[in-house]
Design a binder for this molecule. Structure first.
Ligand SMILES: *Cc1c(COP(=O)(O)O)cnc(C)c1O
Length: 452
């Protein structure tokens, strides 16, 4: 198993051939899910004592397993938040896999960590964070939000103890109902209370409502989570006002930009993020709108020392690493062993330059604006919100929940598009999340035609 034989050479050729073919497909097949029984019937027993050989296993993947996975980079995959990695990022993912890099410590992965830190610096500059800012690439927004909140509570604990105050009866996090589900999950994991704050009529968290909610919540709120691009509507909270409230009250200001943070590189929407430079921590998922493969979330702290104090693991076998003053990525999140998962993103940035990112994000924004215009021009659909970013939410007038489901199912089974219904205030609606530069207005028009 650990020798490079003629058979390995042949397998290498086959895998590179598969990779090249997959990258060349335009468009990629949409594909769709199968049941466990269907897959078992098609795949048979995949693992036995003797092994089937690499060629057969690859063929099984190519003919049975891959077609049962929806291609998230299909130009008409517009549900949830899609993904659209660049060719360079895709290819470099192979290199990362082949390089056996341990990305947790400087000692073991300095070259990789150096490059990841350059990519993190690009993000920190978009946010406007100071030179001392830093962080780590974690697996996703869920992990990023949790890690940021753990650092925030640890900091609050220390500050309170330094003031000679007893801990509060309950630690609390304030955010709105539009906040991503992962914030509530983080609260559950940390056993802290979620304090819901009302949004304004546009669905935005504002300073006044936040102040009122904090007054009412009383003691123990250690963090406010603002969203820079909600998942359902793409709405950006009023970060300037929230920053004011947080600094007046000495509360940690976390910004969840998992989806929308990519908009920071686009001049046409940059003003919506005013005030973001005051955050204490920030996340963006390059695996969403910054064209990196899964799994990749950039987590940044204004003051990484606070995060290190919260996250650094200690044990006899780690002393040799902790005694150094090196930058160890595992010190900045709930993680130890880690893939250098920021490298495909770094490689693509290094290859194409940041201007190409700005252009690509601006392009998707212009398609989103054109999609909104197209919806306005058709009588049977109704735009629900002027897009802040690249999510376009609308309703099909007169449709029941079942009609949305039937329509969505039909589009997927026809290998044509993946557009799922969503919900808002108990109403079934649907949305286009446009982050793929290959998605055209023509794609949008064809999908809208199927709703007539
Ligand atoms: C997608 C998303 C998350 C969760 O990110 P994962 O990478 O899926 O864990 C968190 N917040 C927002 C706003 C998101 O859009």
């Amino acid at each position: 198993m650990h020798r490079y034989t003629d058979e390995t050479e042949q397998l290498a050729q086959s895998i590179l051939r598969y990779t090249r073919d997959r990258l060349r497909l335009d468009p990629v097949p949409l594909d769709g899910p199968k049941t466990p029984a269907e897959l078992r019937a098609l795949a048979g027993e995949t693992i036995n004592a003797d092994g089937m050989g690499g060629e057969a296993a690859l063929r099984l993947f190519e003919t049975v397993l891959a077609p049962a996975c929806i291609s998230v980079d299909h130009p008409r995959y517009l549900s949830f938040i899609p993904a659209a990695p660049t060719e360079a990022a895709f290819l470099f993912d192979l290199v990362v896999g082949a390089s056996s890099i341990y990305g947790g410590s400087w000692l073991e992965g300095s070259g990789a960590v150096f490059a990841e830190n350059d990519a993190l610096r690009y993000v920190a500059d978009l946010v406007g964070l100071p030179a001392a800012a830093g962080g780590v690439f974690v697996s996703g927004g869920t992990q990023g939000n949790l890690s940021a909140l753990v650092a925030a509570r640890h900091t609050a604990r220390i500050e309170r103890a330094a003031r000679g105050e007893a801990p509060p009866a309950r630690w609390k996090v304030a955010a709105t109902a539009e906040t991503h589900s992962s914030i509530k999950t983080a609260c559950a994991v940390m056993d802290v209370e979620f304090v819901g704050v009302e949004t304004d009529h546009e669905g935005r968290l504002r300073g006044e409502a936040l102040s009122a909610a904090l007054d009412e919540a009383g003691d123990g709120v250690f963090a406010v989570v603002a969203t820079a691009g909600t998942t359902n509507f793409g709405i950006v909270d009023r970060l300037d006002e929230i920053g004011d409230v947080c600094s007046e009250r000495g509360i940690w200001f976390h910004v969840d930009g998992a989806y929308g943070g990519a908009g920071l590189c686009a001049p046409s929407v940059r003003h919506r993020f005013a005030g973001i430079e005051r955050c204490d921590s920030f996340i963006v998922d390059p695996h969403k709108w910054l064209f990196a493969p899964f799994d990749c979330c950039a987590l940044l702290y204004r003051n990484p020392e606070l995060a290190r104090a919260a996250h650094s693991q200690s044990a006899g076998y780690l002393d040799v690493i902790n005694d150094q003053s090196d930058w160890n990525p595992s010190d900045y999140a709930v993680n130890l062993s880690r893939r250098a998962r920021g490298l495909p993103f770094w490689f693509s940035l290094a290859t194409h330059g940041t201007r190409a990112y700005t252009d690509a994000v601006e392009h998707t924004l212009s398609v989103a604006r054109a999609a909104a215009e197209e919806i306005r021009s058709r009588t049977y659909v109704e735009l629900m919100h002027e897009p802040d970013l690249s999510v376009v939410v609308f309703r099909r007038l007169g449709w029941t929940h079942e009609q949305y489901l039937d329509w969505s199912d039909r589009l997927m089974k026809a290998n044509f598009a993946f557009v799922m219904p969503s919900a808002h205030d108990g109403e079934t609606i649907t949305r286009f999340a446009i982050i793929n530069p290959r998605t055209t207005l023509g794609d949008i028009q064809m999908i809208l035609d199927t709703m007539a």
